[in-house]
Design a protein around this ligand. Sequence first.
Ligand code: 173
Length: 500
Amino acid sequence: MTALISGAAVAQHNSRESCWIIIHGKAYDVTEFLEEHPGGAAIILKYAGKDATKAYDPIHASDVVTTHLPKDKHLGLVDLSTVEEVIEEKTPEQRRREALWAARPPVSEILNLYDFEVLSRSILAPKTWYYYSSGADDEIALRENHNAFQRVWFRPRVLRNVSEVDMTHSILGCKSSMPFYISAMALGKLGHPDGELCLTRAAGKTGIIQMISTFASFTFDEIVDARAPDQVLFSQLYVNQNRELTRKYVQNAEKRGIKGLFITVDAPQLGRREKDLRAKNADDGGSEAGAKIQEGQKVEKGEGHTRAISSFIDPCLNWDDIKWFQGITKMPIILKGVATWEDTVLAIEAGVQGVVLSNHGGRQLDMARSGLEVLVEVISELKKRQLWPNPNFHIFIDGGVRRASDILKALALGASAVGIGKGFLYSYCAYGQEGVERAIDILRDEMIMDMRMLGITKLSELVPEMVDAHGLTTHPVPSPEHVLYNNTYEKLQLAQFRDA
Ligand code: 173
């Protein structure tokens, strides 16, 4: 048995010239890795010669250090009884946020998905909030995703017996308790220590499908291990320049029983989210950097840390690559981030099983239309070409979905199902797993109510005639404020902290 390394031995390597750190009871020599760390050298140097576990854990998947550092930099087990505990002073900002966390209203008082959002804004560290909430450039697409739903109106039917309502659905042939899935989002641990696992556990309890992000902050296997028996999971894929790593990732996903591979096609380069970039410049850490990145590669820096992580993404990806994916997996392949009918036709011709019409939550190309608007165009053009309806091809949309009414509008207009990302992200930032369960309950209640008032008892009764989408392609310009409404009536209210 090899001897344990003492705390004193590690403590000697406390400089840029020789930097050792302890993570989960093991010592690592990170001297040569300092300049490669996506989060910058400064944050590692803060822990040079010390136990960095507490700083590492909230941000990194557990295997990042082991998979990133060459084996000769793994120094061995440390005798933790000889290691001085790192006691971090809490900053006033951390104390303020902890007080807000304690003053959250009971989760039962949360009435809609916006409530989670408004609480998260205060609870999250500013740079996390900016990373999660910012859109690309002028954030027009970000806002448009939400606004588009407000340009579609219902044409409800009455006097139908709606006592029993069934909202179960099939998504890519898999059973789902409702017609939406949890969309992939990166870096979940920034928002809550249990990060993506809050989603997995809540989804398992409620029969909802979750899509795992390539850049989740738990490893892919940790998330899959947290699923309930028979729980369905999808996987989102950023294609790596090193196709061998991508092949391994995809084949592991298939082996672990993933039911759909969603290949992101709208991010040959990451969009510029300026709030995120500014927040990153203003601090040392760039803590977003710690995602589970596909193993063994160096990152480029200089344009913000999130963009640094994304430098693995292959901008060469093109239609010819689809055949390669079809050759390495039998999972259904869905292209995530399609924005036109032309590319939807190409996707059908390429033989994939579906598309997600999406502008990436307004985070990629600003002014790219909302998925909802693109949906109407796509269905109409596919019908003209006798390509729709098509039981073997699935059209999903995401972006801006916060209400069951949004989901029902999308389904009425032809969507096979709808992806919801931030609505669930903020639910766990504010309340952990309990928040996600509450969000799902809220959507279930809204679904029952809306389906009844639309005059349907099951989703197959939802038809295009139940919505008026004429205004969808009209993009209104900002109008002067409504003086009477704004000055006379109280604003709609959102959740408030107790005594805050
Ligand atoms: O939207 C995102 O933030 C995203 O897709 C991403 C991509 C790479 C790294 C981190 C996040």
